[in-house]
Structures are given as C-alpha cells and as structure tokens.
Design a protein around this ligand. Structure first.
Ligand SMILES: Nc1ncnc2c1ncn2[C@@H]1O[C@H](COP(=O)(O)OP(=O)(O)OP(=O)(O)O)[C@@H](O)[C@H]1O
Ligand SMILES: [Mg+2]
Length: 245
C-alpha cells in the first residue's frame, strides 16, 4: 500500500532520518513510536511528501511520490488524508466550510459537495454542529472536524501525527474509536504517530519503534481495544462502557 525505500532526510548538515525502509500493508493500523526528536513526524510527513526526502523512494499505489511532479503529487495526495495534534482548522471558517475546503481544493463537483460534507460530519458525530466555528468547539470536537476534512476525499490511507496528544483520556478514547471505525468500516489504512504506548497498544496492528532517525524494530501487536483493562482501573473501563465508548 505504502512503502518507504531507503528514505533519508537531512536538514542542512543534520541527518534526521537515516535509511528508513518499511511497508505499510493495506487495511492495517501502523504505529510509530519513539522519543521526542526521534524523527517520527518527519517520517510520517515524508509518507505524503509534505516533507520531501533528501534521498530514497516513497511508493504509494506503485507510484514514487518522491520523484513526482507537483501536479502528480496533488493528485496522489487525494488518496492520503492527514490529521495533526493541533487540528490545523481554519479559525475564521465554520465547521462546514473547513470540511468543504478540502473538496474545493480537489475540484469536487459543486452540486455534490453539501451531501458529502454532511455525510462526513455525520460519520464523526458532528452534523448538527456544522454552523459553529472552531473556537466554539472542544478539543475532541475540533479533532473530529479535522478527521471529517481528512475523510472527505475518500482517502485510502490516513496519516495521524499525535492526534490525541492534546486531549484528555476520555476524549482520547473517543477519537481512537473513531479512527478504529474508519479503519474497520471504511477500510482506510492508518499510520499513527504517538509517544504514548497506551494509544499504540489500543488500536495498532504493528508498531515501528523509531530511535535517532532510524527504525529500531517493527513488531506485530494484538490491539487491546479502546478501553483496555490492563491499562486502566476497572472503574475507568466501566465508566467508558457506560458511556457507550
Ligand atoms: N524543518 C526543520 N528544520 C530543521 N530541523 C528539523 C525540522 N523539522 C524537524 N527537524 C529536526 O528533526 C529531528 C526530528 O524531528 P521530528 O519532528 O521528526 O521528531 P519527532 O520524533 O516527531 O519528535 P516529537 O515527539 O517531539 O514530535 C529533530 O531533531 C528536529 O529538530
Ligand atoms: Mg512529532
């Protein structure tokens, strides 16, 4: 689905990602974990060439994004959504307009936009909030809008950079559940960066441990589920279940 081949990134003389080779399989949730500054975000951002590798190949659906033209890259990026820790919503646009913007940029037919925007907002449980502005939303709601915006062009893969790092434990569980539904119901492949092992353990099928710009190891894991009994006191799990998480 997505392959990095011998990918390296330098900023001036600093080598921040060194010779990374990995394959993300179609349908999996692939985690990247490691210490601050290890190079996780840089690796993730090279997966859609938001950051261009200094050398190496980024293969998505058989195409090397690292050597694509700007036009080819724009086209390829329609199949790759991305969400961030700080949501990156446009402050002076409504929820609806934030999501629609992604369709406008992709030249989606105007007559079909409304239906598609509302469909995606419904998926993340925010349809009735579509007239609100980002400042009127909670962190979890903002991330849901960002997720709707990332989904609107029907991506095959969703890149998530610390999507729950600004959120409290309850909201984290809710957002992880939305991501899991996107994976299971919509068949979207997910790559997720986190520095929290708990987040990775709950939803990922494999985890890549990144250390000093290199892959330390990639290990398969059995997702423990959103409310993992091992990680939380029973009361917290009960609480989550009561709330239907
Ligand atoms: N635009 C840039 N210019 C120069 N150096 C950069 C740039 N972006 C990242 N770096 C450096 O690359 C290294 C890896 O950064 P990166 O953001 O990928 O780490 P990370 O693992 O995501 O860390 P964190 O957990 O803090 O988000 C760091 O040393 C960082 O200072
Ligand atoms: Mg980072």
């Amino acid at each position: 689905m997505l392959e990095l081949h011998n990918v390296t990134k330098r900023y001036e003389q600093q080598l921040v990602v060194n010779d990374v080779t990995l394959t993300i399989e179609s349908g999996e949730i692939f985690g990247l974990i490691g210490q601050s500054g290890a190079g996780k975000s840089t690796i993730l951002r090279m997966m859609n060439c938001l950051e261009k590798p200094t050398s190496g190949e980024v293969i998505v659906d058989g195409r090397n994004l690292a050597s694509s033209t700007a036009r080819e890259l724009r086209e390829a990026r329609k199949s790759i959504g991305m969400i961030f820790q700080h949501f990156n919503l446009v402050a002076n646009k409504t929820v609806y307009d934030n999501v629609e913007l992604a369709l406008v940029l992709a030249h989606y037919p105007k007559s079909k936009r409304k239906e598609r925007v509302l469909e995606c907002l419904r998926f993340v449980g925010l349809e009735e909030m579509h007239r609100k502005y980002p400042a009127q939303l909670s962190g979890g709601q903002k991330q849901r809008v960002a997720i709707a915006r990332a989904l609107v062009n029907e991506p095959k893969i969703l890149l998530c950079d610390e999507p729950t790092s600004s959120l409290d434990p309850k909201t984290t569980a809710e957002i992880l559940q939305v991501l899991q539904q996107i994976n299971e119901r919509l068949g979207v492949t997910i790559a997720i960066v986190s520095h929290e092992m708990d987040v990775i353990k709950r939803i990922c099928h494999r985890v890549c441990v990144v250390s000093k710009g290199e892959i330390y190891k990639i290990v398969p894991i059995e997702p423990l589920g959103i409310a993992s009994i091992e990680d939380h006191p029973q009361t917290f799990v009960d609480e989550l279940l009561r709330e239907g998480v």
